[in-house]
Design a protein around this ligand. Structure first.
Ligand code: EUG
Length: 607
């Protein structure tokens, strides 16, 4: 963890380290960490203002007694107090105690302790213990939900349940069925490496960064880029510890197999009989998912490519061109459309390399630099991949080229047309299910860079594309941030992701990032656009935008929450769902609470 060691830890040396493959092939991990640390002005850590953040309603005595009791049950070394200085680290050596990309005070969204269960039974013990001592739990798989809060609990002083450290087995890898069953600590790197080791003709599907938990990302409804990129849609079967400690299996797993074996169709058919329950365990606090099945893709031919489009105003026309291609499934995966400014930040060079002025980088400066990059001057870059045999890929590409040729000045590139270092080569890997770290290069943009995603969903339609882009452009300018749009475009909806990069050493930038985020959520909602996912600090505000029918959806969620978690111990506030014990006591963040919690404040209500 200490940057004093000049080499990042490998998986063999440290839990959540990096796969040696990345060191051997490209020194990716080393380079990535070195450049990040070279832009850092903050020290590794500073002395804590408050040595231990207790859970709400606890005293040092009651908390101490509770921790001792838990240590008796799952082992002394598996329950660790969070009373040391907080270290933000970096992607592969990230904290499980707080948000490495803190947008309020570093010490505010912190755990009181971290518990490391080694089995489903131990998760049940932890949950029953929490019910007895009324201590809030915050389960994480690996804690790499970066840009959305990382490992940070919503209620300061919660006990983080770090499932991934000891529950990291691939329980099943079935070549014939093309499926697997994993525990929370299995990363995309781990699953990929195991498939390579066994030489199976299977692909995984990974998001832009490969260090995250397969299970955790799917439970948060994350996205990847092979034809099986909808992670939740491609899961099959779950094992869940409920908030009172009971155990549940969903899908066909509810029907016992012969002689107490697992059901033979658990990873073959998603539903069971009766209501489809799995959905309520995604983005919720209704249970702790401890096992999850996934479908894998059979390996196939693939060809990645890139189109560039010259004008800013081409944006709505590009979206219109994509829609029929996606609906007819000529596009087999989720392509990304990026603004050209991303071509600058994904080089890994700092903003100061491109622009020495204050405030957002001006459009004409971006243009000047883009002209000297491999793809030349342009405004939008489309990254696509086609799948199948060479003849089929050829005919698909012809259709796509002819569709995009309606936009004057478009250019087409294959990976062989751009240098080895160009992002297209990294994109080609991700779209073939090979997990990489390239996207981390964004974080060199600013010193001490932290980031935050704004992730609204809109229809795949010209008018909506213009509306959401105008909102983003206007509000990023108002709060003086660079706008970094990456769009993941499907046939009927698109995820318009913006990455808000801020300096976590600057209280001013934190306040502006918070204000920008609040404005974005509110303005998007006025047009009917809602976020598919958000940072824990904006969960209440986002949840409140889904208010149709007098908050019918939240009232429904609260009814389920109170039935399943009567003592309100499991992840209070996650996705805006508060258990009865917390409701109406000032925990909800709907106004300027976040801005006030920068620089020593707290989001917790004054009691
Ligand atoms: C990205 C995509 C996401 C997300 C966060 C980041 C892409 C970054 C589609 O969802 O939630 C390049």
């Amino acid at each position: 963890m200490s940057p004093a060691t000049n080499r990042p830890s490998t998986v063999d040396e440290r839990y959540r380290g990096y796969p040696t493959r990345l060191a051997q092939q490209s020194a990716d991990a080393q380079k990535s960490r070195d450049s990040l640390y070279s832009h850092r002005t903050l020290p590794d850590s500073v002395p804590r203002k408050q040595s231990l953040r207790l859970p709400p309603d606890s005293t040092l005595e009651t908390f101490d007694a509770a921790i001792t009791a838990l240590q008796h049950q799952i082992g002394r070394s598996n329950v660790v107090l969070n009373d040391k200085p907080l270290v933000d680290g970096w992607y592969l050596e990230h904290p499980n105690t707080h948000d490495a990309f803190h947008i309020v005070d570093q010490e505010d969204l912190v755990a009181s302790a971290v518990a490391y269960p080694g089995s489903t039974e131990e998760v049940q013990k932890i949950v029953r213990w929490a019910n007895e001592y009324l201590i809030p739990l915050w389960p994480i798989s690996m804690g790499r939900n970066l840009g959305y809060g990382g490992a940070a609990p919503r209620v300061p002083g919660s006990v983080v349940v770090d499932l991934g450290k000891r529950m990291n087995r691939i329980l099943d890898l079935d070549e014939g069925n093309a499926s697997c069953v994993v525990e929370p600590g299995v990363s995309y790197f781990d699953l990929y490496d195991e498939i390579q080791k066994r030489k199976l003709p299977l692909w995984i599907d990974c998001p832009d960064l490969g260090g995250g938990s397969v299970l955790g990302n799917a439970v948060d409804r994350g996205v990847g880029y092979t034809p099986m990129g909808d992670h939740f849609a491609n899961h099959c079967g779950m094992e869940i510890v409920l908030p009172t400690g009971e155990l549940l299996r969903t899908g066909m797993g509810a029907l016992p197999g012969r002689n107490e074996t697992n059901n033979p169709t658990w990873q073959s058919f998603q539903a069971a009989y009766g209501p489809y329950t799995d959905g309520i365990f995604s983005q919720s606090n209704f249970g702790i998912v401890v096992q999850m099945g996934f479908w894998l893709m059979r390996e196939t031919g693939h060809q990645s490519y890139m189109f560039t489009f010259p004008r800013e105003e081409d944006f709505p026309n590009i979206v219109e061109a994509i829609r029929p291609l996606a609906q007819s499934r000529v596009l087999g995966n989720i392509p990304q459309l990026r603004h050209v400014v991303q071509e600058l930040n994904v080089t890994g060079l700092p903003k100061t390399h491109w622009y020495s002025g204050n405030g957002p980088i001006p459009r004409d400066i971006i243009r000047e630099h883009a002209a000297r990059l491999p793809m030349g001057e342009c405004s939008w870059v489309f990254y696509g991949t086609q799948y199948g045999d060479p003849a089929s890929i050829d005919s698909q590409l012809n259709i796509i080229k002819s569709t995009f040729s309606r936009i004057p000045g478009m250019k087409f590139f294959l990976p062989k047309d751009v240098p080895e270092t160009h992002y297209l080569h990294s994109r080609a890997k991700v779209c073939a299910g090979i997990p990489v770290l390239r996207e981390l290069d964004w974080l060199n943009w600013k010193p001490n860079a932290a980031h935050l995603f704004f992730s609204p969903i809109t229809p795949t339609r010209a008018a909506d594309a213009q509306t959401i882009h105008a909102i983003n452009t206007r509000l990023h300018a108002k709060h003086a941030f660079d706008l970094f749009p990456t769009l993941c475009i499907a046939g009927r909806e698109m995820h318009y992701i913006t990455n808000i990069i801020f300096d976590r050493a600057s209280a001013d930038e934190k306040r502006r990032a918070n204000a920008l985020m609040r404005d974005l959520i509110a303005e998007a909602a006025k047009e009917g656009y809602g976020e598919y996912r958000t940072h824990v600090l904006y969960a209440d505000q986002v949840a409140a935008t889904y208010c149709w029918g007098g908050n019918a959806l939240m009232r429904f969620n609260e009814t389920i929450k109170d039935a399943l978690d009567p003592r309100g111990v499991l992840a209070p506030g996650r996705n805006g769902i508060w258990p009865q014990r917390y409701r109406g006591k000032g925990w909800e963040i709907l106004g300027r609470e976040n801005e006030r919690a920068v620089g020593g404040g707290t989001i917790a209500p004054k009691l």
